[in-house]
Design a protein around this ligand. Structure first.
Ligand code: SD4
Length: 290
């Protein structure tokens, strides 16, 4: 039994992990695998928190955040991106073709168009309907595991044990216009250190940002914790300051250099998908509250 190659991703995203696994099986790099895997979810209109079909902000605009990181520690990111489905692929272009690591808004969109990406309306009829229904009360109350669902954070390890990661989202439904979450921010929504391991997050981005969650998970693994222990401690770090607060979800997944994995979330309802040893499984991790 080999621990790697492997693909692990937040939520039930078997089509995405299967795509990434396929790229790895054909000898593709961890970086190619993570990009192609994440693209599957971005293009799926049924997934309401990423890419095409993502739920909009309060103004009815779908705005995307994404980042990607390779085994050399290179990183690229786009935030507040409009009208482009494959935000993670734009993030990869930022990494590979610009002297920068992060492009925002109009500038990110113009860069994407210059790289040959197509402009398209990302608001589907279903997402528009959900927004119109939301507008009646206009209450901003992210619902655990529902509006927060399906942001894809993916970690890939190729047959040589090299790591890459990606994270792509339309963010929280009905967020303020201009809001950016944890997903595209290095160290918060994603971190990859090829010496140690990698981690990615999902859930209420504000809480992940305040604790620089994914960097924390990787640094805890550097100190000798298993991926499981590291994910648990990162969740505890959030809950320590607000032990009784039950109205939000955060989930972490992690992998170390041996190809061992870990996952932990605040509430039940979170799951992750792992493709390892030729098997694609959706798994329910332990949680802080039962
Ligand atoms: C955000 N962390 O924008 C993302 C949302 C998310 O599943 O993970 N949804 O805060």
């Amino acid at each position: 039994i080999n621990n790697y190659p492997l693909v692990i991703a937040t939520w039930d995203v078997k089509n995405a992990t299967a795509k990434a696994w396929d790229v790895l099986q054909k000898g593709g790099s961890a970086m190619d695998a993570v990009e192609k895997g994440c693209n599957v979810e971005e293009e799926d209109p049924a997934n309401s928190s990423v890419g095409y079909g993502g739920l909009p902000d309060r103004e009815g605009k779908v705005t995307l955040d994404a980042c990607i990181m390779d085994e050399k520690g290179n990183y690229g990111s786009v935030v507040f991106l409009h009208n482009i489905v494959n935000a993670i692929s734009v993030a990869r272009k930022v990494m590979e073709k610009t002297p920068h690591v992060l492009l925002a808004g109009k500038g990110a969109e113009e860069f994407a168009l210059s790289q040959g990406f197509k402009s398209q309306n990302l608001l589907t009829e279903n997402a528009k309907k959900a927004w119109e229904e939301w507008k009646v009360k206009s209450e901003y109350k992210p619902i655990i595991n529902i509006e927060n669902h399906d942001t894809i954070g993916m970690l890939t390890m190729d047959k040589n044990g090299n790591l890459s990661g990606g994270c792509t989202t339309s963010g929280l439904a009905f967020k303020m216009h201009g809001r950016v979450g944890d997903s595209p921010i290095i160290g918060s929504g994603l971190f990859v250190d090829n010496e140690i391991g990698a981690a990615t997050a999902t859930g209420l981005g504000e809480e992940v940002l305040k604790t620089v969650g994914s960097f924390l998970v990787v640094e805890l693994m550097r100190q000798g914790k298993t991926p499981q222990q590291a994910c648990e401690e990162a969740v505890h770090r959030i809950m320590k300051k607000q032990p009784d607060r039950k109205d939000f979800q955060v989930g972490y997944i992690a992998v170390n250099k041996k190809g061992e994995i870990g996952a932990y979330a605040i509430h039940p309802g979170f799951s992750y998908t792992v493709y390892q040893n030729g098997q694609n499984n959706n798994v329910i991790p332990k949680t802080y509250f039962s």
